[in-house]
Design a protein around this ligand. Structure first.
Ligand SMILES: O=C(O)C(=O)C[C@]1(C(=O)O)C=C[C@@H](O)C=C1
Length: 396
């Protein structure tokens, strides 16, 4: 793989006309996909739980939901095959990517001693991330279910003290379960990548900062070197190959490849690479570009670490990102002010400030932060972005 530095302008990020988009996800409330969609869309988005990946894709394709979120790869369990296959069958666009830290908890009815547990259920991809824990507890029979939060709900509703589920702490809180064993995933830096999907042709809005990523979906001729020739065109264009996924095409022993690269395949050297690779491909389509958010993503938030020094480095990275976001916010606020006043004196808008504080409080509630404290912090944020605004916050 070759390194690349992306100096192109920011990727255009989709935002639907409505301020609170609807976002479909597979699973039940409390699923990791719901956490991921909150990271991308914030607390005000309407999360729409759906039974399976096919339904998620069908809903976003038909426009019944504005966006969808799809788990595509986990650092321990690898590609989420069913999600990739559903994506390959649907004509949808990737609008963004979220990298979400995944922390699994063993959940059971409150007061259950660990020795009483006989059965543990969860999504198979989640079970794959907790292999060492499950191997250490062979007295628990492993049962696969259709999602983590659904498994937690079933334990709560079933009332069986021998039953446990593996799911997020949030799912445990939602369904009134207790954490019996904490952080049981095989590595502390466990993460999943999710694609944010939209139907082709959905409106695009404000550009987002960050490195753009895009993908080539293709099939090759069944001949020696066909895949290597396509990949060489990408490498020679200086595009870093981030992930290569192979899924079976319908015809026996034929494959469909998803090559994800850092860079834009729709313009410049990326488009030239695609033109050169075309003779080596049977079918192909380019998807994206999009930006990445979350640990290891383009917004610079660091991954979780096992030791305190690693955590502090991660905190430092988060703090740097926060300050950069503040500078970005100040620039936007300054521009808003000048558009509102036609370049005149700074003018406060108490109604808008109240709205900003309300949004921040809603966001805080969604991620479990103390609302009042975040509200006050945001008053200081408005102040910091506008030194001229320094009075007490409006009462809402
Ligand atoms: O939204 C605006 O009109 C702004 O000027 C930005 C902003 C803010 O920082 O959020 C700043 C001052 C106004 O009183 C209201 C909001």
């Amino acid at each position: 793989m070759s390194a690349s530095s992306d100096t192109r302008p920011p990727v255009t990020h989709p935002t639907p006309a409505a301020s609170a988009p609807s976002v479909g996800y597979q699973g039940e409330p409390g699923a990791f996909s719901e956490l991921a969609l909150r990271r991308w869309f914030g607390g005000s988005a309407r999360a729409v739980p759906l039974p399976d990946f096919e339904t998620v894709l069908a809903r976003v394709r038909s426009g019944e939901v504005d966006f969808a979120i799809l788990p595509v790869e986990n650092t321990l369990a690898g590609s989420v095959a069913a999600a990739c296959d559903a994506f390959l069958r649907a004509e949808v666009d990737v609008a963004g990517e979220v990298v979400e830290p995944i922390r699994h908890q063993l959940l059971a009815l409150p007061g259950t001693p660990p020795s009483a547990l006989r059965r543990v259920s969860s999504h198979p991809v989640a079970l794959d991330q907790c292999r060492a824990f499950l191997a250490r507890h062979p007295h628990m029979r492993v049962v696969t279910g259709s999602d983590t939060a659904g498994a937690a709900r079933a334990v709560a509703e079933g009332g069986d003290p021998a039953a446990a589920a593996i799911a997020s702490e949030g799912a445990g809180e939602r369904y009134g379960l207790e954490v019996i064993a904490r952080d049981i995933h095989d590595r502390p830096d466990n993460q999943t990548r999710f694609w944010v999907l939209r139907s082709w042709g959905a409106p695009m809005a404000a550009p987002q900062p960050g490195v753009s990523h895009s993908m080539l979906v293709f099939e090759t001729r069944n001949e020696p070197g066909a895949l290597a020739r396509v990949l060489r065109e990408l490498a020679e264009a200086g595009l870093n190959l981030k992930a290569l996924t192979a899924r079976p095409a319908e015809e026996p022993w034929h494959y469909r490849f998803i090559a994800e690269v850092e860079g834009d395949l729709t313009s410049g050297r990326g488009a030239v690479a695609i033109a050169s690779a075309t003779p080596h491909m049977v079918r192909s389509r380019v998807v994206g570009p999009w930006t990445v958010r979350g640990p290891g993503g383009a917004d610079g938030v660091a991954a979780p670490h096992a030791d305190a020094a690693g955590c502090r480095r991660a905190i430092d990275a988060v703090d740097r990102a926060l300050v950069r976001l503040l500078a970005q916010r100040r620039d936007l606020a300054t521009r808003t002010q000048s558009l509102r006043t036609g370049g005149g004196d700074l003018l406060r808008d108490p109604a808008r400030e109240a709205e900003v504080l309300r949004h921040a409080a809603a966001e805080a509630r969604a991620v479990g932060l103390p609302e009042e404290s975040v509200r006050q912090l945001f008053w200081r944020v408005i102040e910091t972005c506008h030194p001229a605004v320094s009075e007490a916050p409006p009462v809402t």
